[in-house]
Design a protein around this ligand. Structure first.
Ligand SMILES: Cc1ncc(C[n+]2csc(CCOP(=O)(O)OP(=O)(O)O)c2C)c(N)n1
Ligand code: SF4
Ligand SMILES: [Mg+2]
Length: 314
């Protein structure tokens, strides 16, 4: 039996925790460890079966305190590292779980194409994007999720761009489980439930987790945690409370447009579909190739394909 505490690796704490102003990442980590230990016990998994991959940023430190197999990648490279590792695990038929943690900057700016490629190939992994609306670790520059008009150290007269919508981006990129939750204490159960469902999902799960950063985010800085939570709860609505006959993919796009006037954010499990992932397709192709090209290996197959071609440059 594994407990949450068994999964904690001792290391110096670096996240902020002032009076009434505690970084959301603490609660996200707590709910994650609670969900992970539950999942590991259910499937009889050991620490060696769990791979945690993080990017760079305050969010990137997430894996520092986890006593499973962890990789703290370079900035923007969590998605591609996860794609390779998760695919290799599936091809080797290794049981286990791959989880990824990125900040909004890490996933949606420098790491955008790596994130999209992972989703596009529907690789089996849970990708958590901790969205605090800012580059926190580097002192509060504008991130792809910063609200329009917000003054930051890199946009001192206000951000001109509109924020990317992580949920739309994930759905359009091909992720087959897409959710929005938050790190606010009153939504802890919701976050844990979504995490547990994502671990069971056979494909790419993206969970955007709205986060409170009282140190670097100009919006969070104005309020104590309890006030920010109240505001978030008032301005967000669970998709399961919204009626629509549209298909799940269209549902979010249409409801989002309808709720724009009220500035309401849609949350909960927004999209879930069952589709084959890259590793499954690869295994199927391997089987077919063996009967279609008996006696050939990869090298001889490429050589025969290139035989009649004039190669002028590579
Ligand atoms: C290649 C590279 N470019 C830039 C940086 C500087 N850098 C470190 S963290 C970071 C942004 C982090 O923002 P985010 O991903 O939102 O994480 P947060 O700190 O908000 O959790 C940047 C730009 C870096 N470490 N490496
Ligand atoms: S700077 Fe913000 S995101 Fe980073 S640890 Fe502090 S509160 Fe959390
Ligand atoms: Mg951030």
């Amino acid at each position: 039996m594994i407990t949450e505490n068994d999964l904690v690796r001792e290391a110096a704490e670096t996240w902020c925790a002032g009076s009434g102003k505690v970084c959301s990442y603490y609660n996200i980590r707590k709910q994650f460890l609670s969900a992970l230990s539950e999942y590991m016990n259910k499937h009889s998994l050991s620490k060696e079966d769990i791979l945690g991959i993080s990017g760079i940023g305050c969010s990137g430190r997430f894996t520092t305190w986890q006593d499973v197999v962890t990789v703290h990648t370079t900035h923007g490279n969590a998605g591609n590292t996860a794609q390779g590792a998760a695919t290799a695990m599936q091809l080797a038929k290794k049981k286990g779980l791959v989880y990824v943690v990125s900040g909004d900057g890490d996933a949606l700016a420098i790491g955008m194409s790596n994130f999209q490629q992972l989703c596009h190939n529907n690789v089996k992994a849970t990708y958590m994007i901790l969205n605090n609306g800012i580059y926190a670790m580097t002192a509060g520059q504008t991130a792809p999720t910063t609200q329009q008009g917000i003054e930051t150290v890199s946009a001192p007269y206000g951000n001109l761009e509109t924020p990317w919508d992580t949920v739309s981006l994930a759905i359009e990129s091909g992720a087959t489980f897409v959710a929005r939750a938050s790190g606010y204490p009153k939504e802890s159960k919701m976050l844990k439930d979504i995490l547990l469902q994502s671990f069971e999902h056979n494909g790419t799960s993206v969970i955007e987790i709205m986060s409170y950063c009282p140190t670097q985010d100009p919006v969070s800085r104005k309020r104590k945690l309890a006030e920010a939570e109240k505001e978030y709860l008032k301005n967000s609505v669970d998709i399961k409370d919204l009626k629509s006959d549209l298909s799940p993919k269209l549902k979010y796009a249409v409801l989002k447009e309808e709720l724009k006037k009220e500035s309401k954010l849609i949350k909960g499990l927004i999209y879930c579909a069952s589709e084959k992932g890259y590793a499954e397709l690869l295994l199927e192709q391997k089987k077919k190739a063996q009967s279609a090209y008996p006696g050939e290996n990869l090298k001889s197959r490429i050589s025969s394909m290139l035989k009649d071609k004039k190669i002028t440059s590579i």
